[in-house]
Write a protein that binds this ligand. Structure first.
Ligand code: CS2
Ligand code: MG
Length: 421
């Protein structure tokens, strides 16, 4: 059967409705402080939906994938057939997986869920199965040039009401250590049109990071959740050592202690430490975390809607994780647009095995381009009750902030050897 016939049959079987026909889809690239790629889908009935397609430092690759290869095949389809469209884009590409493909699919998927929820007149979490919790526990990013500054920064987050805080500090002797921002609230690592070069030294970090958490627990006690990101820097043995040294400080998690392309290396870390482990912000399908989950090598899965195929795919990952009591901890850095954050909050409000949500605040300019109805109160984010995922885009304002090429840094050891940033 020709695809056009299939479209027609499926539409008739569903009893539709011209209203649900996709009439237009477009991509907006805007840079209100940092670059965001957004997909907007329109239907014949006038309902529109948006989805985030931002892949930090590689934005135009996804924009072009969408414009050249995805959008032409969407026009005329029934916007309600989210699952079929997902399968069509995933299987139909032949070249499965990968961050570019999966971010493009995710953006379409989230925009379609937005449309479906708007058409149903419901906030998105209702379509997923309803509310499982009152609010979404979030963690903020505290950082400073040294231990003292980071301890002060954590205090500021506590004063703002945060119950969970990630702490990163500069390390003496390491040039531009990961996670240290330029301002007090916003962290913008993609800072140059060509990657800037930062440094790394495991010995120095292993000497310093446990002292940071020692000082934090001495200063603030054990009531707050503290988190730390290793940002793929340690070998499995070094990660095990760090996890062990951090045990007295009872972290909520140690994130990305070592790269996870080879999932089995986590067995070694697991054998040596009970510090909870979180992995997955760079994952894009269930196949990237299948072994980590099935062998219970991690405690939190950090895959996100935007990079892991949208709601349709992330809920499969969450369901697999739930079999092993592994909970979600979705990536939520500022390079994910408010459209990602809005949809993630609906997902988090529903998902039974929710753990925590990362929350880095967007700049005022970003918030203006993406009006949204979620809000922060007392350490939790709350999604709104607007039908859909509650985030829109002001396209006229977006045009005032043209694309501004920026890439993520790279890291090198003292002798010049390339390392993992
Ligand atoms: C990070 C991010 O939020 C995190 O945990 O690892 O800052 C990450 O470096 C950026 O999202 C990369 O774009
Ligand atoms: Mg991280």
């Amino acid at each position: 059967m020709a695809d056009a016939d299939h479209k027609k049959l499926a539409t008739e079987a569903a009893g539709t409705t011209k209203e649900r026909r996709i009439t237009d889809a477009r991509v907006v690239v805007t840079s209100p402080g940092r670059n965001f790629v957004t997909v907007i889908i329109e239907t014949e009935g006038g309902v529109t939906g948006i989805g985030d397609a931002t892949l930090n430092g590689r934005e135009l690759a996804v924009a072009s994938y969408l414009v050249e290869h995805v959008i032409p095949a969407l026009i005329g389809r029934d916007a309600a057939q989210i699952e079929d469209i997902w399968q069509y884009l995933y299987r139909g590409a032949y070249w499965r997986r990968g961050p570019v493909t999966m971010s493009a699919i995710a953006a379409i998927d989230v925009a379609l869920w937005d449309i479906k929820a708007k058409m149903a007149g419901m906030p998105l979490y209702q379509l997923l199965g309803g509310r499982s919790r009152e609010g979404v526990l979030v963690y903020g990013h505290a950082n400073g040039g040294d231990i003292e500054e980071t301890v002060d920064a954590v205090g500021r987050y506590i004063d703002m009401g945060y119950k969970a805080i990630r702490a990163q500090s500069g390390v003496p002797g390491i040039k531009d250590a990961y996670g240290v921002g330029r301002g007090t609230m916003y962290y913008e690592p993609a800072d140059n049109s060509l990657p800037s070069v930062t440094g790394w030294d495991t010995r120095k970090a292993l000497n310093y990071v446990p002292r940071l958490f020692d000082k934090l627990r001495l200063t603030y006690g054990f009531d707050h959740h503290l988190l730390h990101d290793g940002h793929h820097r340690y070998t499995p043995q070094e990660a095990a050592n760090l996890g062990k040294m951090l045990e007295p400080y009872q972290l909520f998690w140690l994130e990305d202690a070592t790269p996870a392309e080879n999932q089995e290396v986590f067995r070694l870390i697991r054998q040596h430490t009970v510090t909870p482990l979180a992995v997955g912000e760079v994952f894009n399908t269930i196949w990237d975390c299948k072994d980590l989950i099935e062998e219970q090598l991690i405690d939190y899965i950090r895959a996100t809607l935007v990079h892991a195929g949208g709601i349709t795919h992330l809920r499969r990952i969450a369901d697999l994780a739930s079999l092993y009591q592994i909970r979600t901890g979705c990536h939520g850095a500022t390079d994910l647009s408010p459209a990602s954050m809005g949809a993630a909050l609906h997902f988090d409000t529903w998902v039974p095995n929710f753990g925590i949500q990362e929350y880095m605040r967007h700049s005022d300019a970003t918030d203006e381009v993406f009006p949204h109805d979620y809000h922060f109160a007392d350490g939790y984010l709350h999604c709104g009750e607007t039908p859909g995922h509650g985030v829109t885009i002001d396209e006229a304002l977006a045009k005032k902030y043209p694309y501004d090429p920026k890439q993520l840094p790279v890291a090198r050891l003292a002798d010049g050897t390339m390392w993992n940033w």
